[in-house]
Design a protein around this ligand. Structure first.
Ligand code: SF4
Length: 193
Protein backbone atom coordinates (compact mmCIF):
# COMPACT_ATOMS: atom_id res chain seq x y z
CA UNK A 1 0.00 0.00 0.00
CA UNK A 2 1.17 3.56 -0.69
CA UNK A 3 1.91 5.73 2.32
CA UNK A 4 1.74 9.48 2.83
CA UNK A 5 4.14 11.76 4.63
CA UNK A 6 2.43 12.32 7.97
CA UNK A 7 3.18 14.83 10.75
CA UNK A 8 3.31 14.16 14.50
CA UNK A 9 0.20 16.38 14.90
CA UNK A 10 -1.74 14.09 12.57
CA UNK A 11 -0.66 11.08 14.63
CA UNK A 12 -1.72 12.82 17.86
CA UNK A 13 -5.13 13.63 16.36
CA UNK A 14 -5.59 10.09 15.05
CA UNK A 15 -4.79 8.56 18.44
CA UNK A 16 -7.30 10.93 20.05
CA UNK A 17 -10.01 9.87 17.60
CA UNK A 18 -9.41 8.20 14.20
CA UNK A 19 -12.37 10.10 12.77
CA UNK A 20 -10.52 13.39 13.16
CA UNK A 21 -8.29 12.18 10.33
CA UNK A 22 -11.29 11.42 8.15
CA UNK A 23 -13.14 14.70 8.72
CA UNK A 24 -10.06 16.88 8.44
CA UNK A 25 -8.13 15.23 5.60
CA UNK A 26 -10.76 13.35 3.59
CA UNK A 27 -13.74 15.72 3.92
CA UNK A 28 -11.44 18.75 4.33
CA UNK A 29 -13.28 20.23 7.31
CA UNK A 30 -10.73 22.31 9.27
CA UNK A 31 -10.39 21.60 12.94
CA UNK A 32 -8.80 24.77 14.24
CA UNK A 33 -9.54 28.43 13.83
CA UNK A 34 -6.24 30.21 13.41
CA UNK A 35 -6.68 33.35 15.43
CA UNK A 36 -4.04 33.28 18.11
CA UNK A 37 -1.07 34.67 16.19
CA UNK A 38 -0.03 37.13 18.90
CA UNK A 39 -0.07 34.49 21.61
CA UNK A 40 1.94 32.12 19.43
CA UNK A 41 4.50 34.83 18.64
CA UNK A 42 4.96 35.54 22.39
CA UNK A 43 5.58 31.84 22.99
CA UNK A 44 8.16 31.64 20.25
CA UNK A 45 10.24 34.45 21.77
CA UNK A 46 10.06 32.81 25.19
CA UNK A 47 11.04 29.38 23.85
CA UNK A 48 13.93 30.79 21.85
CA UNK A 49 15.38 32.34 25.01
CA UNK A 50 15.04 29.05 26.90
CA UNK A 51 16.87 27.14 24.15
CA UNK A 52 19.75 29.57 24.09
CA UNK A 53 20.37 29.01 27.81
CA UNK A 54 20.09 25.23 27.93
CA UNK A 55 23.73 24.09 28.19
CA UNK A 56 23.40 23.24 31.88
CA UNK A 57 20.39 21.00 31.12
CA UNK A 58 22.30 19.11 28.45
CA UNK A 59 25.23 18.55 30.80
CA UNK A 60 22.87 17.01 33.36
CA UNK A 61 21.79 14.29 30.95
CA UNK A 62 25.24 13.47 29.60
CA UNK A 63 24.99 15.02 26.15
CA UNK A 64 28.15 14.56 24.08
CA UNK A 65 26.85 16.17 20.89
CA UNK A 66 23.72 17.90 19.64
CA UNK A 67 21.94 19.28 16.60
CA UNK A 68 19.32 21.99 17.00
CA UNK A 69 16.09 22.40 15.01
CA UNK A 70 16.53 19.31 12.86
CA UNK A 71 13.98 18.65 10.13
CA UNK A 72 13.82 14.86 9.75
CA UNK A 73 11.75 12.51 7.64
CA UNK A 74 11.34 8.84 6.80
CA UNK A 75 9.03 7.03 4.38
CA UNK A 76 5.91 7.84 6.45
CA UNK A 77 6.63 10.70 8.82
CA UNK A 78 8.20 14.15 8.87
CA UNK A 79 8.86 16.62 11.66
CA UNK A 80 11.19 19.20 13.15
CA UNK A 81 12.90 18.16 16.37
CA UNK A 82 13.97 20.98 18.74
CA UNK A 83 17.14 19.08 19.70
CA UNK A 84 18.67 15.81 18.55
CA UNK A 85 21.05 14.62 21.28
CA UNK A 86 23.92 12.13 21.32
CA UNK A 87 24.28 10.70 24.84
CA UNK A 88 27.37 9.34 26.55
CA UNK A 89 25.90 5.80 26.74
CA UNK A 90 25.86 5.57 22.91
CA UNK A 91 22.12 6.11 22.54
CA UNK A 92 20.39 9.20 21.15
CA UNK A 93 17.39 11.20 22.32
CA UNK A 94 15.00 13.94 21.22
CA UNK A 95 14.51 16.98 23.44
CA UNK A 96 11.50 19.24 23.11
CA UNK A 97 10.71 22.56 24.79
CA UNK A 98 7.19 23.28 26.00
CA UNK A 99 5.83 26.70 26.86
CA UNK A 100 3.96 25.13 29.76
CA UNK A 101 3.85 24.63 33.51
CA UNK A 102 4.69 21.12 34.73
CA UNK A 103 1.80 19.67 36.76
CA UNK A 104 3.13 16.28 37.88
CA UNK A 105 1.93 14.51 34.75
CA UNK A 106 3.13 14.44 31.15
CA UNK A 107 0.30 14.82 28.63
CA UNK A 108 -0.18 11.91 26.24
CA UNK A 109 0.14 14.34 23.33
CA UNK A 110 3.65 15.33 24.43
CA UNK A 111 4.64 11.68 24.77
CA UNK A 112 3.31 10.80 21.32
CA UNK A 113 5.22 13.69 19.77
CA UNK A 114 8.44 12.45 21.39
CA UNK A 115 7.83 8.86 20.23
CA UNK A 116 7.45 10.21 16.68
CA UNK A 117 10.77 12.02 17.02
CA UNK A 118 12.40 8.89 18.49
CA UNK A 119 11.31 6.91 15.43
CA UNK A 120 12.70 9.59 13.10
CA UNK A 121 16.02 9.73 14.95
CA UNK A 122 16.49 5.94 14.96
CA UNK A 123 15.84 5.78 11.24
CA UNK A 124 17.93 8.79 10.26
CA UNK A 125 20.96 8.21 12.51
CA UNK A 126 20.89 4.40 12.90
CA UNK A 127 21.24 4.51 16.67
CA UNK A 128 18.85 3.37 19.43
CA UNK A 129 16.63 5.84 21.28
CA UNK A 130 15.69 4.72 24.78
CA UNK A 131 14.62 8.00 26.32
CA UNK A 132 13.37 11.42 25.41
CA UNK A 133 13.29 14.73 27.25
CA UNK A 134 10.88 17.60 27.82
CA UNK A 135 11.76 21.04 29.15
CA UNK A 136 8.86 22.98 30.73
CA UNK A 137 9.90 26.57 30.27
CA UNK A 138 7.20 27.97 32.55
CA UNK A 139 8.38 25.78 35.46
CA UNK A 140 11.93 27.19 35.57
CA UNK A 141 13.02 24.91 32.74
CA UNK A 142 12.08 21.71 34.55
CA UNK A 143 13.60 18.73 32.76
CA UNK A 144 11.49 15.55 32.55
CA UNK A 145 12.75 12.22 31.17
CA UNK A 146 10.34 9.99 29.23
CA UNK A 147 11.28 6.31 28.68
CA UNK A 148 10.97 5.13 25.08
CA UNK A 149 10.21 1.42 24.51
CA UNK A 150 9.78 -0.50 21.21
CA UNK A 151 6.00 -0.68 21.72
CA UNK A 152 5.83 3.13 21.73
CA UNK A 153 7.47 3.25 18.32
CA UNK A 154 5.18 0.50 17.05
CA UNK A 155 2.14 2.50 18.15
CA UNK A 156 3.14 5.56 16.10
CA UNK A 157 4.14 3.39 13.13
CA UNK A 158 0.75 1.68 13.14
CA UNK A 159 -1.00 5.04 13.44
CA UNK A 160 0.93 6.38 10.42
CA UNK A 161 -0.13 3.37 8.35
CA UNK A 162 -3.76 3.69 9.44
CA UNK A 163 -3.80 7.43 8.61
CA UNK A 164 -2.52 6.72 5.09
CA UNK A 165 -5.24 4.13 4.64
CA UNK A 166 -7.98 6.54 5.77
CA UNK A 167 -6.79 9.30 3.43
CA UNK A 168 -5.80 7.27 0.38
CA UNK A 169 -8.75 4.87 0.49
CA UNK A 170 -11.41 7.24 1.88
CA UNK A 171 -11.81 4.80 4.71
CA UNK A 172 -14.33 5.88 7.39
CA UNK A 173 -12.75 4.67 10.63
CA UNK A 174 -14.27 3.58 13.92
CA UNK A 175 -15.09 6.26 16.47
CA UNK A 176 -13.00 6.68 19.59
CA UNK A 177 -14.11 4.40 22.39
CA UNK A 178 -13.91 7.33 24.84
CA UNK A 179 -17.34 8.91 24.51
CA UNK A 180 -16.35 11.80 26.77
CA UNK A 181 -14.23 13.12 23.91
CA UNK A 182 -17.32 13.69 21.76
CA UNK A 183 -18.83 16.28 24.10
CA UNK A 184 -16.74 19.22 22.90
CA UNK A 185 -15.68 17.83 19.52
CA UNK A 186 -15.62 20.19 16.52
CA UNK A 187 -17.06 17.37 14.41
CA UNK A 188 -19.89 16.20 16.67
CA UNK A 189 -22.57 17.58 14.32
CA UNK A 190 -21.29 15.66 11.30
CA UNK A 191 -20.14 12.52 13.08
CA UNK A 192 -22.46 9.51 12.89
CA UNK A 193 -21.85 8.08 16.34
S1 SF4 B 1 -17.80 13.16 17.77
FE1 SF4 B 1 -16.57 11.66 18.89
S2 SF4 B 1 -16.28 9.97 17.46
FE2 SF4 B 1 -16.96 11.72 16.25
S3 SF4 B 1 -15.07 12.70 15.58
FE3 SF4 B 1 -15.63 13.72 17.48
S4 SF4 B 1 -14.55 12.58 19.10
FE4 SF4 B 1 -14.52 11.33 17.25
Amino acid sequence: MNTLSITPSQIIEYLYCPRYTFFEYVLDIPQYEEKYYKVIRGREVHLKRARENADYLRRRIGVVDKQLNQYLSNASLRGEVDEVLWLEDGTMAPLDYKFAVYKDKVFETYRTQLYCYAWLIEQNYGRPVKRAFLVYTRSQNKLVEIPVHPEHLEEVQQAATAISQIILQNHYPKATKYRKRCVNCTYRNVCTR
